[in-house]
Ligand binder design. Structure first.
Ligand SMILES: C[S@@+](CC[C@H](N)C(=O)[O-])C[C@H]1O[C@@H](n2cnc3c(N)ncnc32)[C@H](O)[C@@H]1O
Length: 264
């Protein structure tokens, strides 16, 4: 092996390690430190600094990075939600996006919702900086057709049943387990009868190797996400709750899922 190749491989390994360390420090690492520091659990204790500090939000929200984190399935997952919104008559209806997410999921779902006739899209997030950041992506094009509200997905204050669609993209796996259930319950409370919940999430993959890799990822970075594989499978939770018709489509050997749940 030439010196150039060795240096290039060493450089790549260093870059990957530094990236891993950065994400660990700005996600789970901070939660561990918060836990060790003690203090009462607040409604924002589980939120990673990459979602609360504006500098980090701007640094991380770069489409290729976000797509890579979702193993380049991001576009397909968002397209499934966009297709659902596109095939629904939302004339004079309202659409809710519960929690912001990086990448173009918000602009694409907003465009689909308004394109299907929705009169307004409400974006709710517990972190004000996330709402400000989302507004930056939307204001020029959509202005007053979007409302931004500081809201906790686990205890919403918006009017019950006001929305005909509710999009939750990769929030559940970051929440403590009791809050996963509350979030799904609140998602249903916000929907009108016949309204649809679109839920993007991780799912237990079928191939053994992918299962091992995915398990390792969760163990290191997002231990709260593993419960989606069994004890807190969102489809099982919704079915147990009752009042839903639930469909699930999985992607990339079962590693991701889009759940489409219709409120009765
Ligand atoms: C949807 S999740 C992560 C999505 C995914 N990792 C991404 O960004 O591509 C991150 C968002 O959820 C928000 N969030 C976390 N807990 C919340 C809660 N209880 N209520 C509302 N928003 C919440 C965070 O503020 C952040 O904007």
């Amino acid at each position: 092996m030439s010196t150039f190749t060795i240096n290039a491989l060493a450089g790549l390994a260093l870059l990957l390690a530094a990236t891993g360390l950065f994400f660990f420090a700005t996600t789970r690492g901070t939660l561990i430190v918060r836990g060790l520091a003690g203090g009462r659990r607040s409604s924002e204790s589980h939120v990673y600094p990459i979602y609360s500090r504006m500098g980090l939000i701007k640094l991380v929200d770069f489409q290729p990075i976000i797509s890579a984190i979702l193993l380049f399935q991001y576009h397909r997952l968002v397209s499934k939600i966009v297709a659902g919104l596109g095939s629904t008559n939302l004339k004079r209806k309202q659409v809710l996006i519960t929690s912001c997410a990086f990448g173009n999921v918000i602009p694409r779902t907003v465009e689909a919702a308004l394109g299907s006739g929705a009169e307004k899209v409400v974006i709710a997030d517990i972190i004000r900086n996330e709402l400000t950041h989302a507004r930056g992506k939307l204001d020029a094009q959509y202005g007053r057709r979007i409302e931004y509200v500081e809201e906790d997905a686990t205890a919403m204050h918006l009017e019950e049943g006001f929305a005909d669609a509710n999009i939750i993209f990769f929030l559940l796996h970051e929440l403590p387990h009791d809050l996963k259930v509350k979030t799904l319950s609140e998602a249903g409370r916000m929907l009108a009868p016949g309204g649809k919940l679109y839920l993007g999430e991780f799912h237990k993959p079928a191939p053994f190797v992918l299962k091992c890799l995915s398990w390792s990822y969760f163990k290191v970075f997002e231990p709260l996400g593993l419960a989606l594989w069994d004890s807190h499978d969102p489809v099982a939770i919704l079915q147990e709750m009752g009042g839903w018709t639930v469909e699930r489509q999985t992607f990339f050997f079962g590693n991701f899922q889009i759940v489409t749940a219709t409120r009765h």
